[in-house]
Write a protein that binds this ligand. Structure first.
Ligand SMILES: *[C@@H]1O[C@H](CO)[C@@H](O)[C@H](O)[C@H]1NC(C)=O
Ligand SMILES: *[C@@H]1O[C@H](CO)[C@@H](O)[C@H](O)[C@H]1NC(C)=O
Ligand SMILES: *[C@@H]1O[C@H](CO)[C@@H](O)[C@H](O)[C@H]1NC(C)=O
Length: 172
């Protein structure tokens, strides 16, 4: 093996590992499940049935003509006050937000619906708990898709393609 081939192999392995690590932890959490980010939904109730971890992405799905999403601090969350917001997450109505720290996050809609419950408070934890015991037989694949949040298939396919090219490189 010459030196440039070694460098190539190291590069492929590094990329593969990065993709696999990322695929293992990155989750997309659909805020509100099927109902999305909408008025007259109790997000306190919704959030109490979910877990949030560092590296998760919140996915807000809403009609941008009527709604928006702002990150605010606790006081302004409680008072439904959009002034001095921390971040404006509103873009096209299919908007994502990465949870980078283990802390509380607060989001509100500034268009008046906050008082009706269009506000979200979550508590982000450090890391996922131990994985659930492996399900039986065919359910193993199905379980990858269960819940409202995990979508690792594209990453899995990408990782497999890299693995394929990597093996090709090593063998020839
Ligand atoms: C939402 O649900 C929580 C928990 O069940 C409850 O304490 C709260 O009063 C509800 N909020 C509204 C606006 O209905
Ligand atoms: C939130 O921000 C408001 C205005 O910027 C400020 O008065 C309030 O003390 C802040 N609350 C917290 C919990 O930091
Ligand atoms: C948030 O960003 C959206 C899209 O850029 C913009 O239309 C909206 O006015 C912003 N909201 C606030 C409160 O700044």
């Amino acid at each position: 093996m010459n030196q440039s081939k070694d460098v190539n192999v190291i590069m492929w392995v590094t990329m593969l590992v990065m993709i696999m690590v990322h695929g293992a932890i990155a989750r997309r959490v659909y805020v509100g499940g099927n109902q999305g980010w909408n008025k007259d939904i109790n997000y306190t109730l919704w959030a109490s049935q979910e877990n949030f971890y560092i590296g998760d992405w919140l996915y807000f799905r809403f009609d941008k003509n009527y709604f928006d999403v702002l990150e605010v601090n606790q006081t302004n969350y409680e008072n439904c006050n959009p002034n001095n917001f921390i971040a404006n997450i509103t873009k096209g109505g299919r908007d994502v937000y990465e949870l980078k720290e283990a802390r509380s996050y607060y989001f509100i809609c500034s268009k008046g619906y906050c008082y009706g419950g269009m506000k979200l408070a979550i508590n982000v934890k450090n890391s996922s708990p131990l994985p659930a015991p492996p399900p039986q037989g065919n359910n193993a694949i199905a379980s990858l898709y269960s819940g409202s949040m995990i979508n690792i298939m594209p990453i899995f396919i990408l990782a497999m393609s890299f693995l394929f090219f990597f093996l090709l490189k090593v063998c020839y």
